[in-house]
Design a binder for this molecule. Structure first.
Ligand SMILES: Cc1cc2nc3c(=O)[nH]c(=O)nc-3n(C[C@H](O)[C@H](O)[C@H](O)COP(=O)(O)OP(=O)(O)OC[C@H]3O[C@@H](n4cnc5c(N)ncnc54)[C@H](O)[C@@H]3O)c2cc1C
Length: 480
């Protein structure tokens, strides 16, 4: 349904995590605000978020977790090769604790705070997941007088004498267009992970990349901003979720909670490429974005298991603690069942053979037998002199039957393309703000990274979604 009014002080494009955080902030400031959401439901990928980053939050104070913000800033700038915006990252880090506190004041509960793998202890895990946060933000925004409509998308920003004058919107159900008047627009459309053309600008081998988003992050914010005169800024980074089962017949989220996926991607056993050769230390999966990058350096990638490792994972325990995965049990009790089921289904990503020679033949991995001999020798010596995998994860694969799982690369979000200033105002290519246009959340989060997403600072996009939504509203409030 079209909105009730034809004129607003602020229109927020996108009803996901950042848009709804901006909406509550705008409601708190008494700004006449409309949120338009192109989907039938609200929350976007915010519904799936595990946790948000914060420094010096109430919870960290309670737990005695202290982080030096300057050290953290230096660390992240180094990680980004100084491609991140230091002032913007600094402002975000310095306000991130109060962002967590603000969410808490709205009734959002946190189950824990700490690191994720080898990272800063910044991720505040939401009790009930992102969905619970969204469920708190929607009624609060409405209670504060914010109007929210769904199945309405933004089509074009209107400008007059260099200032925002309105927005063309479309009813997604009927296709009808309408013009609204507005003084300010916040773009909160979730980045571009679901736009294959834009992804191609950022990464090769698109057919092996699998989006785990809800499918609505199609880069609309960037396109609207570019059309209004914004700089085509660097395409930032893709948040790779490490390896993922390469299944071309089902959506990627189907495999996310499966133990076979975790065994193949998280257990650091043996990965080979299209030649059947190792190409990396498999414990690279300590950083899921590094793992994604490493997998992308090859044309095809397979995770190799044998019956002994499957039995061990099923009955004895894990070789390596599961890091960034929805499944983190002590054993993979369902692993053998899942393997049997997928083999019976004839799923193409899974191949079983009694001998290594047969597996190599079936998958055209000519060097697999010699790779395996070399790898088992290294395991016997207890040191990976080829790629430096930690000795604890050197697991021999001696006898058949063998299993090969073909791996693609999961993607949670893609950020970049728009440059903003410290108020989240969108900049033109001369570095000046486009008056009245702001970008927040994933649409602006390219400012925080270089070419690789910083899982060293876990929860950083969700924390940024909330921070930046509030930051843009604070700026709008000052200019009223
Ligand atoms: C499975 C998964 C898990 C994740 N876990 C984490 C995590 O634990 N921590 C973390 O920091 N990040 C995580 N992320 C990243 C996550 O994308 C962000 O943290 C967060 O959702 C970003 O908020 P956003 O508002 O920018 O985007 P979203 O929450 O996706 O919201 C964007 C909204 O804009 C709408 N929209 C798009 N185009 C238009 C248009 N033209 N008109 C109107 N509406 C439009 C979309 O439909 C969507 O509802 C995860 C992502 C996924 C997919």
């Amino acid at each position: 349904m079209f909105p009730k009014n034809s004129a607003y002080n602020l229109i927020i494009v996108g009803g996901g995590l950042s848009g709804l955080a901006a909406a509550v902030s705008a409601g708190e400031q008494g700004i006449k605000t409309l949120v338009i959401e192109k989907g039938r439901t609200l929350g976007g990928d915010g519904n799936y978020v595990e946790g948000a980053m914060g420094v010096d939050s109430f919870l960290q104070k309670e737990k005695g977790i202290k982080i030096d913000p300057t050290k953290l800033l230096q660390d992240e700038l180094n990680y980004s090769h100084y491609e991140a915006s230091a002032p913007h990252l600094r402002k975000y880090i310095s306000q991130s604790g109060s962002v967590i506190d603000w969410l808490h004041s709205l009734g959002v509960e946190f189950s824990k705070v700490g690191p994720q793998g080898k990272s800063w202890p910044t991720i505040h895990t939401f009790a009930g997941g992102g969905h619970a946060v969204i469920a708190k933000l929607i009624p609060q925004a409405k209670a504060l007088g914010v109007e929210i409509v769904t199945s309405i998308s933004a089509q074009k920003i209107l400008q007059h004498n260099g200032h925002v004058s309105g927005l063309v919107i479309k009813n997604e159900a009927t296709g009808q267009l309408r013009e609204l008047t507005a003084n300010n627009i916040i773009l909160a459309t979730g980045g571009y992970v679901d736009n294959p053309d834009l992804i191609k600008k950022r990464a090769p081998a698109t057919e092996r990349l699998l989006s785990v988003s809800d499918g609505k992050s199609t880069g609309d914010g960037m396109k609207l901003a570019w059309q209004a005169g914004a700089e085509h800024y660097q395409m930032g980074a893709i948040q790779y979720g490490g390896g993922a089962i390469l299944d071309k017949t089902r959506p990627p989220f189907v495999h996310m909670p499966e133990q076979l996926a975790a065994a193949a991607t998280q257990e650091a056993i043996l990965w080979v490429n299209e030649q059947g050769e190792r190409f990396v230390n498999e414990d690279v999966n300590d950083n899921m974005c590094h793992a994604g990058s490493a997998l992308l350096t090859q044309s095809r990638t397979f995770s190799i298991l044998n019956q002994e490792t499957v039995d061990h994972l099923t009955n004895v325990g894990l070789y390596k603690e599961v890091g960034n995965s929805p499944v983190s049990p002590e054993k993979f009790e369902h692993l053998q069942e899942e393997i049997t089921r997928d083999l019976q289904n004839g799923d193409k990503y899974l191949t079983k053979s009694d001998t290594l020679a047969e597996l190599a033949e079936k998958l055209n991995l000519p060097n697999l037998p010699q790779t395996m001999r070399r790898y088992n020798d290294l395991v016997a010596k207890g040191t990976d002199t080829d790629f430096g995998k930690a000795p604890a994860y050197m697991t021999a694969l001696k006898d058949g039957p063998y299993y090969a799982v073909e791996l693609g690369i999961g993607m949670a979000c893609a950020i970049g393309g728009i440059r903003v200033d410290n108020n989240n105002a969108v900049l033109n290519s001369y570095g000046y703000p486009l008056t009245g246009i702001y970008a927040v959340g994933n649409d602006a989060a390219g400012m925080l990274v270089g070419d690789t997403y910083a899982v060293t600072l876990p929860g950083s996009t969700a924390g940024y979604a909330v921070f930046s939504g509030r930051n843009a509203v604070q700026s709008i409030t000052k200019t009223r």
